[in-house]
Design a protein around this ligand. Sequence first.
Ligand code: 5GP
Ligand code: MN
Length: 334
Amino acid sequence: MSDAREGQATLDGVVSALRAHESFVMVSHVKPDGDTLGAGLALGLGLQQLGKRVAYFNENAVPRNLRFLPGADRVRRDLGTLPDGTMFCFFDMSDVARAGPYLPPFDAAHTLNVDHHLGNTRFAALNYILEAEASAGAVVLKILEALKTELTPQIAECILTTLMTDTGAFAHSNTTPAVLREAARMMEAGANKERITQEIFANKRFAAQHLMGTALARMRFDAEAGVVWTVVDAEMLASCGADSEDTEDIVQQLRIVDGCKVAVLFKALEPGEVRISLRSNGEVNVQSVAARLGGGGHFRAAGCTVPGSLGEGVTAIAEALRAEGVASAMVVPA
Ligand code: 5GP
Ligand code: MN
């Protein structure tokens, strides 16, 4: 079932395992995005075509801008009693810990890990990790093709959402010709690109845009090191009437500053911890930076959570960046 690459299942191995199981739980990561949800929903919809029983787990509520996804209303934290031998399938997560603490107990022998992150810990019995793919949903598409299920408009919409989420609506460098061909194919199969654009990229809440302005007003730029950073704290959220979902697009606005090599958003929303989002223009591997602090991600997009105050979070990132060759005297912006 494994090929030469250690811990990597073959596509045939994945397909026969999926066919052999009758009950599934599709697991998406905490603070879910369009890739982790779209990938799990797409495979789940395909398996439902085969008469399988499929449940969808996420520890959080589906974010407002992803509720349009076909099947999103079936995602929940409490799944009730599951049949013995239920297969747990994990999407878009480099480690099982990304599923969060509420994941129901599962049998490690019946697990599938579908991902595209660098440094995936290959935590499942079957690991199908294609690092060159732009989204976990693109990996699912290969599995669905091998399963020979019908590419319904609903499945196509889920897959197109994963591609658009992880390429920034086809703007990032992972937008290969193959991605554009797959996207075109999803549109031909009935995916509504306009709806995805509208739901995910265009219907910003007033509070979110207000928060964006507040965060950009505190933005700092170390032009010599090429580091742009800012903070969002609970006070800023409250004063804008915003919530944590409204922070999604801020780090991208830092990254597009001319001369930015690394963009960092520090979020101090829960007491005693700082959640950090990192973006790179391609020179610096921010996955390595995040990994130094227990996080992970991709070369150009990564994240981590560090304990302590905002100041401690900034210091931790400054040190991790220095270790990766980017020396910047970062401070908490006033
Ligand atoms: P974001 O900044 O949008 O939260 O995350 C960017 C990327 O890094 C995503 O691909 C996400 O899956 C990954 N990532 C974010 N936070 C963590 C983390 O704490 N651990 C790991 N392993 N990956 C993370
Ligand atoms: Mn992804």
